[in-house]
Write a new protein. Sequence first.
Length: 432
Amino acid sequence: MANDPGQTSKAHGNLPPLSLHVPEPKYRPGDKVDYSWLSIPPAGAQVRPDESCPAAETEPLCFDLIRVLDGDGQAVGPWNPRLDPETLRRILRTMALTRAFDDRMYRAQRQGKTSFYMKCTGEEATSVAAAFALANDDMVFPSYRQQGILMARNYPMVDMINQIYSNRADRLKGRQLPIMYSARDYGFFSISGNLATQYPQAVGWAMASAIKGDTRIASAYIGEGSSAEGDFHSAMTFAAVYNAPVVFNIVNNQWAISSFSGFAGGERTTFAARAVGYGIAGLRVDGNDALAVYAASRWAADRARANMGPTLIEHFTYRAEGHSTSDDPTAYRSAQEGTDWPLGDPIARLKQHLVAIGEWSDEQQVAMDLELAESVKAATKEAEKNGILGHGLHHPFHTMFEDVFEELPWHLEEQAQQAIRERRIKWPEWKE
Ligand SMILES: Cc1ncc(C[n+]2csc(CCOP(=O)(O)OP(=O)(O)O)c2C)c(N)n1
């Protein structure tokens, strides 16, 4: 039927009215969850192409799931990174430390010591195992759920807590929301509350590294929900065009606060599949399998460092707890979703592997957990000497006007003076 420019759409016949699809999550609170729709391939069954392969060779892996640890805790298949037991124990310990830290900070928020906290429970492998696959001086551009990378790089816990408490020892002087760390000397770019901005920044940094003839690469993190932002797509275009040395991580924990992954496009295809459209390498990995995460991250890092360009990795995982301390997931998702999640827990799975190969025991795990809880407690006590929320031990009041202009413009000087005058009237007991 030729289109006559003079006709209206009605002339095409008895068409149904146009309609939109509004995604609906499979399960709401109280619903019985059935995971039979989820296709989980056997561990070890995925082909591992060479790191220098054409990007198109990775296409099947964008629709598969790279898995190494099988149900018995054995490491199998071509993606097995064959790490020595000592490295495996270090990854296990760092994931357990991250969880102990999260638990303590969550309680600290409930006790009123900070206004806000975000846990990464169940997702520890996606940051910790990936960090072990990078060089320590590669620059990471995190979202707000990669505290495991700071742990892997031995960033001082006391400094993390000082930041969370916005106290007088906070290196960021109370200017960032709690947990939005910044640690340039640890290769950890400032976290921004404006989702997805870190993606183009990572590409810019990676391009600069290449322009300077450096050997460091960038690794960017984003949640599957934030990958719907325009910034994600401009970053991918730039990285593909210039073959930038960057690893793009999408942590698909299936929830963006109360929006399920369908709203970011997850119903139609995988998140890894976006790599295909940009002509870059893509991998989809079991995000709760620390060995698979390590292997995929190492593959992508080696590829970027060898000038073979960017890789997009989708880490398929599950957000085991609330979005943040301000969230209550029981209001929007079935509790059974988490308890029946078939890919397990990353710490329990790596522990099972170490036990299976005779390199670890239940007793050692219990002792380690106790020791880690004690070390987090000690760091908390240390940080509390510098103040907690609402106890007045902040950075001096006037510092909020500093560090932006070399010389304070007159109107800000005026505001600073006014603020100090009003503070003296309203809070005469305030000490700086
Ligand atoms: C540009 C922008 N839009 C919206 C928000 C509010 N917001 C904060 S976190 C979040 C959910 C992000 O979910 P996802 O990217 O899947 O990451 P996850 O929290 O699951 O790790 C939203 C919508 C924001 N901070 N910035």
